[in-house]
Design a protein around this ligand. Structure first.
Ligand SMILES: *Cc1c(COP(=O)(O)O)cnc(C)c1O
Length: 479
C-alpha cells in the first residue's frame, strides 16, 4: 500500500516549485523567534532546521502543504512546540495503570516517600560512604547495610552490588572461574531478554554442566555430573515462568546434603528475593531468603527492586568465608553499588524489622496485598469524576480485573483487582491509548478486547484526580 501511494504521488502531483522557493531561510526564522524564545541558541537552530526540513520533505512528497504552513505565525507556533518538547526532561514520571506492580519497563519497584530524605541527603551532603567513623579510617560501602542484611536473613555475612545480574556474575567469577558448575536444565532461565544463566556463566569463566531433563531433575542427576572439576551446585529460581504437570526439582536441603558429601559449594539465585512469606497474604508461596539461608546454601543472590521493593541492587548473603572471598574480587569494584542506592536500600531494609510495617509501607508489598475494595473505591472515584462530562464521547465502567506481580515473580498468578474500563465512541481505543501515552504526564494502561483498561492497583490515590483531568483534556471536555 505504501509503495502504491508514493508511486501515485510521483506521477499525479508535480512538485510545487513555488512552494519550495517560498520556504524561508533559517536566519529569517531565527529573527522571527528572537527575542522571547527562552532556549539555548543551538536548540532553537536545531528546531528551526527540523521544521524547515519537514516542510521541504512534505512538499517534495506532494503531501498537503500550503502557503499557510509557511506563514510566520504557523511556523513560529510549530517551532515553539518542537522546542517545548526538546526542553522537557526525557526521563519522567508516569502513571502506571497496567496493574503490573513490578514493571521492569516502568521502573520496577517504587520507593516510599520516607526514602526521599535519605536520597536527597545522600546526593547533596558529604557522608560516611566509605569512612569508618569509629576508627577514622577508610571503610567499605556495603558495610553500611551488611549487619541489617544479616539480621533480616540469618546469614553470616553480606554484600551488595549493582543488580542481581552483577551479583550472579561476581559470585560465579569468584567461586567457579575455570571450574564446573552443575545446574538443572529446567533452570537455565532467561530474564528480560538480556540476562541468561548460560551466558552469564560463560562470561564468568565457569563451565556449565547441565543435568536432568527440561521438566524433571533428580538428585542422582546432580551426583552423576560431579567430577574433579566441579566447584559448585547451582540452583536458579525459575521466577518468570512456571512448569506445571510432570515436574521435579531438587530442594535446596537435598543439594546442600549432596554438596557436603563431595565438599562442594551450593549457590542459589533466588531472583526475586522475598523476606516475607507472601502466602500469608493470599499470594503463592515463594521461597524466602531466610528459608534458603537456613537450608544451608553457601551463597544466595537476589534483586533489590523486585519483591523486596527497594532500589535496583544485587544482594549477596551467605557464609562468612565465602562472602569474604567475594568481597576481595577485583570485579567487585566495577559492579559496586552507588550511594543513592545504598541510602534507599537501608531505608527499605529497616522497614523489614517489623513485618506489618514492611507490608504496609513498602509500596511494592502494599500494592500487592491491597484488598480489592481499595481498588474498587479508587475506580469508583475516578469513574464518578469523569462519567458525566465524558458521557457523549466514552463509555466508562468499573470492572473486576486481574493484576500481575511482574518482575518475574509469581508468573501466571492473577490477583483480583478493579479497573476503570473505557470504550471511546469518538475515536479508536488505540488512538485513546496513544494520546494518554503521549500526554506530558503519560498514563499507561492496557488494551483488552478493544477496551482501554486502567487497573487501579498500581495507581496512587493522589493520581486519581490527575487521571481525571488528563482524560478531560484528551477528550476536550471540561470536567
Ligand atoms: C531478575 C532475575 C535476575 C536478574 O536480576 P536483576 O536485578 O534484574 O539484575 C537474575 N536471576 C533471576 C532468577 C531473576 O529472577
Amino acid at each position: 500500500m505504501e509503495a502504491g501511494k508514493s508511486k501515485k504521488s510521483k506521477t499525479s502531483a508535480p512538485v510545487n516549485k513555488n512552494l519550495l522557493r517560498a520556504i524561508p531561510q533559517v536566519d529569517e526564522v531565527l529573527q522571527w523567534l528572537s527575542p522571547g524564545t527562552d532556549a539555548p541558541i543551538f536548540l532553537i537552530k536545531q528546531a528551526v532546521r527540523e521544521e524547515l526540513e519537514r516542510l521541504r520533505r512534505n512538499i517534495l512528497a506532494g503531501n498537503k502543504t500550503g502557503k499557510n504552513d509557511l506563514s510566520k505565525k504557523t511556523l513560529v507556533g510549530e517551532i515553539q512546540q518542537i522546542l517545548k518538547a526538546k526542553l522537557e526532561p526525557n526521563f519522567k514520571r508516569l502513571i502506571n495503570g497496567t496493574g503490573v506492580v513490578i514493571h521492569t519497563n516502568l521502573g520496577r519497584s517504587i520507593l516510599p516517600d520516607s526514602a526521599r530524605e535519605a536520597l536527597v541527603e545522600a546526593g547533596t551532603r558529604y557522608s560516611n560512604l566509605e569512612f569508618d567513623l569509629a576508627t577514622g579510617k577508610r571503610g567499605s560501602r556495603y558495610s553500611l547495610v551488611e549487619q541489617l542484611l544479616c539480621d533480616l536473613t540469618g546469614a553470616e555475612a553480606a554484600l551488595v552490588v549493582n543488580n542481581n545480574a552483577a551479583a550472579v556474575l561476581l559470585v560465579l567469577d569468584t567461586l567457579a572461574n575455570g571450574r564446573e558448575v552443575v545446574v538443572s536444565r529446567g533452570q537455565l532461565v532467561e530474564i528480560g531478554g538480556s540476562f541468561r544463566i548460560p551466558e552469564v556463566m560463560a562470561k564468568s569463566g565457569a563451565r556449565m554442566i547441565e543435568v536432568g531433563a527440561t521438566n524433571r531433575t533428580h538428585l542422582k542427576d546432580y551426583e552423576g555430573a560431579i567430577s574433579e572439576e566441579t566447584s559448585m551446585l547451582l540452583k536458579v529460581h525459575a521466577s518468570n515462568f512456571k512448569m506445571v504437570g510432570f515436574t521435579k526439582e531438587v530442594s535446596a536441603e537435598e543439594l546442600v546434603e549432596l554438596a557436603g558429601r563431595y565438599k562442594l559449594l551450593v549457590m542459589e539465585d533466588l531472583g526475586s528475593g522475598c523476606l516475607i512469606d507472601m502466602s500469608r497474604y493470599g499470594l503463592r508461596k515463594e521461597p524466602t531468603v531466610q528459608e534458603t539461608v537456613k537450608a544451608g546454601v553457601d551463597v544466595v543472590t537476589f534483586s533489590g527492586d523486585k519483591l523486596l521493593g527497594g532500589p535496583q541492587a544485587g544482594l549477596i548473603v551467605g557464609k562468612r568465608d565465602i562472602i569474604e572471598r567475594i568481597k576481595r574480587n577485583q570485579l567487585n569494584r566495577a559492579l559496586r553499588i552507588d550511594k543513592f542506592t545504598l541510602a534507599a536500600l537501608e531505608t527499605i531494609l529497616r522497614l523489614y524489622y517489623d513485618t506489618e510495617t514492611a507490608v504496609s509501607r513498602v509500596p511494592t508489598l502494599a500494592m500487592l496485598t491491597a484488598a480489592p475494595e481499595i481498588m474498587e473505591r479508587r475506580a469508583k472515584r475516578l469513574a464518578r469524576r469523569v462519567k458525566k462530562s465524558l458521557a457523549e464521547k466514552c463509555n466508562i465502567a468499573v470492572r473486576v480485573t486481574g493484576s500481575r506481580v511482574g518482575g518475574g515473580a509469581l508468573p501466571e498468578e492473577d490477583i483480583e483487582s478493579r479497573a476503570v474500563v473505557l470504550e471511546p465512541r469518538d475515536r479508536t481505543v488505540n488512538e485513546l491509548e496513544k494520546s494518554l501515552r503521549l500526554n506530558p504526564l503519560p498514563v499507561i494502561g492496557r488494551i483488552e478486547d478493544d477496551r482501554y483498561i486502567l487497573d487501579m492497583r498500581t495507581v496512587a490515590d493522589d493520581e486519581v484526580p490527575l487521571i481525571a483531568n488528563i482524560l478531560g483534556q484528551v477528550f476536550g471536555v471540561n470536567l
